[in-house]
Design a protein around this ligand. Sequence first.
Ligand SMILES: C[S@@+](CC[C@H](N)C(=O)[O-])C[C@H]1O[C@@H](n2cnc3c(N)ncnc32)[C@H](O)[C@@H]1O
Length: 242
Amino acid sequence: MDIVSELFEWLPRQGPGSNATTRKALSLIPSLPKNPRILDAGCGTGLTSVQLAHQTGGKVSAVDIHKPFLEQVKIYAQLTSLSDNVEICHGSMESLPFRKESFDLLWSEGALYLIGFQKGLAYWRDFLKKGGCACVSELSWLSGERPEEPKRFWARKYPAMQGIEENLTLTEKAGYKPLHHFILPESDWWENYYGPMAKRISDLKVQSMEYAAVLAPFEEEIRLFKNHNASYGYVFYILQRA
Ligand SMILES: C[S@@+](CC[C@H](N)C(=O)[O-])C[C@H]1O[C@@H](n2cnc3c(N)ncnc32)[C@H](O)[C@@H]1O
């Protein structure tokens, strides 16, 4: 197993978020049919997929490119007696194996950036039924004030990162009407993501020079967020197919 997988497979989530935030985003959707069909794109280890299945009683297709994450989704769905409601799909969220207009709700937490915010939304739009909604969380600048250090860091790691207003415009260009948006609380970064990540790194980095070198940028990212979380964060965008 590679070192990055050793880090991420151990985490409860592979990005900032929480069940409370998933429920909050869900509560902002105007309406959902009974037993909705939901796509969770880039589901990771599936906390969100299971939560969505539990909250809606619907059927969630949990898509991810990393097979070991999907094995965890499967086990978690079994443990929560939701196997019938969570279908795992190994593959890329850029070439989905579903028919057009199959989903009532499209969900993606912290994964859309991997295929491009506007590009991914535009591609996924066709898989939504008419009037269906999309809820996506995306790393965003929170104000016009962008201090040098995070600006330099994110210019390297995620040069396409935008501010909230710019992202809202991009959602419209991708064929959606923005309904709501909100910033994830700081606790969503620490409790299920950076907190466990910091602990895992301190256990792993003493294994060898290679471990320490591969994990150092993640430690840098955690330190950066501690110092600059007023200037950037994750934002949930709740959208409706226009
Ligand atoms: C930052 S993690 C977020 C995971 C999860 N949604 C969460 O919030 O914990 C991004 C996820 O996208 C997956 N991923 C990366 N590229 C992908 C692709 N092209 N298609 C499907 N999944 C992909 C990764 O394996 C990973 O599970």
